[in-house]
Design a protein around this ligand. Structure first.
Ligand code: CA
Length: 227
């Protein structure tokens, strides 16, 4: 998942960036309206976090550009001002959600997760891959409708893999999202978690393949015949 962060406040931008990267997202950060417009023309993002008060103008102008380019990228608007008027203005310009400064990084993360669920999974909040379903809120995992017991970290690993099913995810990205910076992590901790998760999924009859890609990381794919 690739995010664009448009925020001119250096300190806040680095806090947001760190939080999003910790969750496994990659983040391009720019500090002005003009740079934001250029970034949107050059790349397609999975989500944009947009500050309203930018040095060269009102952040909502970027939102209009994005919608004019017919990009359906979800946009989370950050603002220092909170009033019904500001909210209505933001949502009317095509923002998908709205967060008032100062905000909690946990709330930012939750809002981003909610936006990423749309529009493909609007009706079904659970992530699905083959016969496996994961509910990000309850942390419950089901295989063919039967709940299976997984450790917290196994569920976190499975969630990352399911959100990017079919894509290779690099080891450092997995490690960064599974372990906090102050945790002492042994070099084979990730492999051990992967092995346990794979065994549990196989035992439960999951139609998924969790494979190592040598020297890079891991990939989760749906097993066509077994589904
Ligand atoms: Ca600002």
């Amino acid at each position: 998942m690739r995010f664009l962060l448009v925020e001119d406040n250096e300190r806040l931008a680095s806090l947001i960036r760190r939080e999003l990267e910790r969750l496994g997202y990659s983040v391009d950060r720019v500090g002005s309206l003009a740079e934001g417009e250029e970034a949107c023309r050059l790349a397609e993002y999975d989500l944009i976090v947009l500050d309203r008060g930018l040095p060269d103008g009102e952040g909502l102008l970027l939102l209009k550009t994005i919608r004019a380019l017919r990009q359906a990228t979800p946009v989370l608007v950050l603002t220092a001002q909170d009033s019904p008027h500001h909210r209505i203005e933001g949502l009317d310009s095509g923002a998908d959600d709205y967060l008032v400064k100062p905000f909690d990084m946990g709330e930012l993360a939750a809002r981003c997760r909610a936006l990423l669920r749309r529009p493909s999974q609007t009706l079904d909040l659970a992530l699905t891959a083959g016969n496996v379903a994961l509910d990000p809120a309850s942390r419950q995992v089901r295989v063919s409708g039967e709940a299976i017991d997984l450790r917290r970290r196994e569920v976190a690993l499975l969630e990352i893999l399911m959100r990017r099913c079919g894509q290779v995810i690099a080891r450092p990205a997995l490690e960064q999202s599974l372990y906090s910076m102050d945790e002492a992590v042994s070099p084979n901790a990730l492999d051990a978690t992967v092995s346990r998760l794979r065994r549990r999924l196989n035992d439960a009859g999951a139609a998924l393949q969790l494979r190592a890609v040598h020297g890079i990381g891991y990939i989760l794919t749906v097993n066509d015949e077994g589904a």
